[in-house]
Design a protein around this ligand. Structure first.
Ligand code: ADP
Ligand code: MG
Length: 578
């Protein structure tokens, strides 16, 4: 039987019949409606004007939307363009949204985007269509339906928002192209790193500092980045053409210099170089290896069965550290755990800033070695593992060091930040190291272990009341999973709550399908990633309609959330019975 889709006129008639009725009667609007140039889906109708607003979507076929094939057939370009359209949609929605009754009445909202161009469920562009997912607050006075206001909102204002933001003819073609090409260039640049032996590339002229700790936009008065001749390289990008920049070679790199000279700012740029930044951000051509992980001390965190024996051994009382479990880690044990967890998930570059590191984890100098003998000190400091990480594992490290000159002995490259300008201080540093031997002895015993853990069924407990799974992300710093809250404040490479929400659902998903007591955490992450690559973020949806509030994330951050989940239980692979 041929099913004829309802039209916008049918929607108008349906709404008008609801005037003055109780709010729940709005439920009858659920469905799809053909408008002249797009289809509107009302997927989930809110139960009252104060509840989470109605989930809606529009799909515009490309024959109507009209975006040039060049912008919509390449994955990175699609993501860049989608970011631009999401900004346009949000701005157009703000222009029409006004209070039209109680609660959310009259509001049209799409998930806000930041500086990073991420794959998001809220806006998607491909060769077939443009799809926007957003919410609308269906209007009411108290709990009585305001039908005329609803008609105005859905049949007049919403089509205006769509017309102003999702059609090629309505947007700025130069801007649309800039977003698409900027994303593609960054992607291409990142793909060059490995073969050239670099862990990062930062184009000359980039603007690294941000306006403030809570404002991620560029500090426009900042000093643009320059590259010293010995750490300068040129590359050719698909759109920007030939560009020059500062390279960070593989190996052990120190960023040194006086306080307030821009060391942490440079490291932070590497931290976020895993993402593609929007045009005008200042970091459009600042990229780092995709498996770059920021490591920091995080006392008080939970640790589930991590082998930290390569860094910490012989705890008082003979407590074992090859399967280290704690509800309340110290600065040094948390930092050791973070490194082993990152290696477990395939990290290739570690970033450490002494500002946020545990001093006793980083260094034990000659004098302390003499005073407190090795058999009384459980910690093998990072300085004694950092070279091995590179030579034996191929894992590079970039460290901000202002205080501990002992690190000059283990560095391949030393970058001196001098009034925000990088200088190559490698030779000077070698000379200083030769002139002032530290006299310390290397303390590492045996090789660093290969971390492998098997997450056990029951590790992810997301049920709450009668709901089988509740996932919420009040901010990018916290994940609520059922009755449990996971503190993600120290997982700084997460930039949006939408990523945290997706990670929460992905934990539920992976727990159900893959945490069988046999697969290792890395294997579970790989299986999850394969599913996400095949089916997109929509596979995580649990509400029976397409999700509008998820953004892409790395397996590394997914695992970071698992690792901080206080219900997580793991076994060693050899002990796992399945
Ligand atoms: P350090 O880690 O060396 O102490 P920071 O990176 O924290 O220094 O930078 C100190 C201050 O200088 C911060 O407020 C930062 O925003 C600012 N800053 C960093 N880089 C630049 C730059 N290129 N131009 C202008 N200001 C900068
Ligand atoms: Mg600093």
């Amino acid at each position: 039987m041929l099913k004829v889709m309802l039209t916008h006129d049918d929607l108008r008639r349906k709404i008008l019949r609801l005037d003055g009725r109780g709010y729940k009667a709005y439920k009858a609007l659920r469905g799809a409606y053909a408008f002249p140039r797009f289809i509107l889906y009302l997927d989930h109708i809110q139960g009252d004007p104060f509840a989470a607003p109605t989930a809606a979507r529009v799909i515009i076929p490309q024959r109507e939307a009209g975006f040039p094939v060049a912008l919509v057939t390449h994955p990175a370009r699609q993501v860049g363009l989608a970011h631009y359209l999401a900004e346009r949609f949000a701005a157009a929605a703000r222009r029409v949204s006004r209070p039209r009754g109680t609660g959310h009445s009259g509001q049209i909202r799409i998930l806000p985007v930041g500086q990073q161009m991420l794959r998001r469920t809220a806006l998607r562009v491909d060769a077939d269509a443009v799809e926007a997912r957003f919410t609308v607050g269906l209007p009411a006075a108290g709990r009585r339906i305001l039908a005329h206001e609803a008609v105005e909102l859905l049949l007049h204002d919403l089509p205006r928002v769509v017309a102003e933001s999702l059609f090629y003819a309505a947007v700025d073609p130069a801007a649309a192209q800039a977003y698409a090409y900027t994303a593609e260039d960054a992607e291409a640049l990142r793909a060059m790193l490995e073969a050239r032996g670099w862990v990062a590339f930062l184009a000359e002229g980039s603007l690294l500092p941000r306006r403030s700790g809570v404002d991620d936009r560029p500090l426009e008065s900042g000093v643009p980045l320059t590259a010293p001749p010995t750490l300068r390289a040129e590359v050719t990008l698909p759109h920007a053409g030939r560009i020059a920049g500062l390279i960070i070679p593989q190996g052990v790199t120190l960023i040194v210099g006086g306080g307030f000279h821009g060391k942490s700012t440079l490291l932070r740029a590497l931290e976020y170089g895993i993402y593609n930044h929007k045009p005008g951000d200042g970091r459009e051509r600042v990229v780092s290896h995709p498996a770059t992980v920021k490591i920091r001390a995080e006392d008080g965190r939970y640790v589930a069965g991590v082998d930290i024996s390569g860094f910490i051994n012989h705890l008082p009382g003979g407590r074992p550290t090859d399967f280290f479990h704690t509800e309340n880690a110290s600065g040094s044990t948390s930092q050791a755990a973070a490194i082993m967890e990152a290696l477990e998930l395939g990290a290739r570059v570690l970033l450490i800033d002494e500002d946020t590191a545990a001093t006793n984890f980083m260094i034990r100098d000659r004098r302390m070695q003499a005073l407190v003998r090795k058999d009384k000190e459980p910690i093998t400091p990072f300085i004694d593992r950092v070279r091995e990480l590179y030579t034996e594992r191929g894992v590079s490290t970039v460290l901000v060091i202002g205080g501990s000159g002992d690190y000059l002995d283990v560095a391949d490259t030393v970058i001196w930040m001098d009034e925000y300008r990088p200088r190559d201080a490698t030779e000077e540093a070698r000379a200083v190291a030769a002139r002032f031997p530290t006299g310390r002895v290397r303390e590492a015993q045996g090789p660093l272990p290969h971390p492998r853990r098997v997450p056990l069924p029951g590790s992810v407990q997301a049920a709450k009341g009668r709901k089988p799974a509740v996932v919420k992300a009040p901010s990018r710093k916290a994940l609520q999973l059922g009755r449990h809250t996971v503190d993600l404040a120290a997982v700084t490479q997460l930039v949006e709550a939408a990523q945290v929400r997706a990670i929460g659902w992905a934990l539920v998903y992976a727990h159900e399908r893959y945490m069988d007591g046999r697969r290792t955490l890395a294997q579970v992450a790989a299986a999850l990633q394969a599913d996400l690559e095949a089916g997109g973020l929509d596979i995580l949806a649990r509400h029976g309609y397409p999700p509008n509030d998820l953004a892409e994330f790395r397996p590394l951050e997914w695992a970071a959330a698992f690792n901080r989940l206080r219900t997580a239980r793991v076994a060693r692979p050899e002990d796992a019975t399945g």
